[in-house]
Write a protein that binds this ligand. Structure first.
Ligand code: NAD
Ligand code: ZN
Length: 342
């Protein structure tokens, strides 16, 4: 089968013929239909420090996908050929304290598909049945292909109550933009999103945010005045990984404000801990998605009118993957979809 492979320890990805994956007794074999390109895939493409430390070569990459089941292992009773599914990309150990308690997203020994084990940028993918998610037939296929990053957005956005609250989102990448749509849908009053990239600010405006601003041009203090906010933001969603953005967020939270932090900083960030203490802030780190409460919430929010489809800006056939990666590398894109139908 064809697959996009990190075939050499150098920048780039290669379209190669690789063996079909083996289906174990607890596994599901999926024919991949569409995939989304994630920032993680771009790190692997670029072969940065993180990728060099993390990715064994060769590795089939990719983890955002939708596809159809073609075969199931002998122990698999709840999945059948022909069903449309995505998969949770974090394969957990199943026997640590958190896994046994049903808190699988907190597993201490998570393996990532397309990172630590073969991924979804391929014609076929094998996953343990515990990682497979049945899609409701009402879900659009392109949207189904990006349930993984949509899940990051939902997990972060719903970490704290947002009904009637004022929310600040730093970083209008695809995940920040989807989170903005989610908190709006969930009843937030003001949703302010920041980015330094005009293309992304424009995309965020299409999702119905209250204000999308470049913090280098407009301060958050001015934004708060303009909106008539007496105190700071109630909820902060950090989705840039940028040190200045995080510090700015801490400085503009209300007393008792709550921050959910998804963005992955490149290195340590110094913050004003006095503000954290005296503003009595809560800061919560977020990794992945809750299994499977986040997946359930994604489905029902789409069914109740949430529309995240404008975040998808580019679509290419997998043979044109380079164009997809170029779009991601340019910063002039939202989500990029690759079509795996031959
Ligand atoms: P992205 O890189 O596309 O988006 C980040 C955005 O932040 C970019 O648009 C960038 O222009 C913007 N930015 C840079 N400096 C800024 C500043 N000073 N102020 C405001 N915005 C600024 O990434 P994404 O795919 O949307 O993901 C968002 C973040 O979440 C990334 O840091 C990513 O690594 C991380 N992530 C974490 C998890 C997890 O499980 N914790 C999962 C996926 C992604
Ligand atoms: Zn575990």
């Amino acid at each position: 089968m064809k697959a996009l492979v990190k075939g050499k320890a150098e920048p780039g990805l290669w379209l190669q013929d690789v063996p079909m994956p083996q289906v174990g007794i607890n596994d599901v074999l999926i024919k991949v239909d569409r995939t989304g390109i994630c920032g993680t895939d771009v790190h692997i493409y670029k072969w940065d420090n993180w990728a060099q430390k993390t990715i064994p070569v060769p590795m089939v990459v990719g983890h955002e996908f939708v596809g159809e089941i073609v075969e199931v292992g002998a122990n698999v009773k709840d999945f059948f050929p022909g069903e449309v599914v995505s998969g949770e990309g974090h394969v957990v150990c199943g026997h640590c304290r958190n896994c046994l308690a049903g808190r699988r997203h907190l597993c201490a020994d998570t393996k990532g598909i397309g990172v630590n084990r073969p991924g979804a940028f391929a014609e076929y993918l094998v996953l343990p049945m515990t990682n497979v998610w049945h899609h409701n037939p009402s879900i659009d296929r392109d949207v189904a292909a990006i349930f993984d990053p949509f899940g990051n957005a939902v997990h972060t956005a719903l970490s704290f109550p947002v009904l009637g609250e004022d929310v600040l989102i730093t970083g209008a990448g695809p995940i920040g933009i989807m989170a903005a749509a989610v908190v709006k849908h969930a009843g937030a009053r003001f949703v302010v999103i920041t980015d330094v990239n005009p293309y992304r600010l424009e995309l965020a405006r299409k999702m119905g945010v209250t204000l999308a601003i470049n913090p280098r041009e407009t301060s958050l203090g001015k934004v708060q005045k303009k909106l008539g906010m007496v105190e700071g933001f109630d909820v902060g969603l950090e989705m840039s990984g940028n040190a200045d953005a995080f510090r700015d967020m801490i400085a503009h939270m209300s007393h008792g404000g709550k921050i959910a932090m998804l963005g992955i900083p490149e290195k340590e960030i110094a913050v004003d801990w006095n503000t954290v203490v005296f503003s009595m802030l809560t800061i919560k780190g977020i990794y992945g998605r809750e299994m499977y409460e986040t997946w359930y919430k994604m489905t029902v929010m789409l069914q109740s009118g949430l529309d995240i489809s404008p975040v998808i800006t580019h679509r290419f056939h997998y043979t044109e993957f380079q164009k997809g990666f170029d779009a991601m590398l340019s910063g002039q894109s939202g989500k990029v979809i690759l079509d795996w139908k031959s």
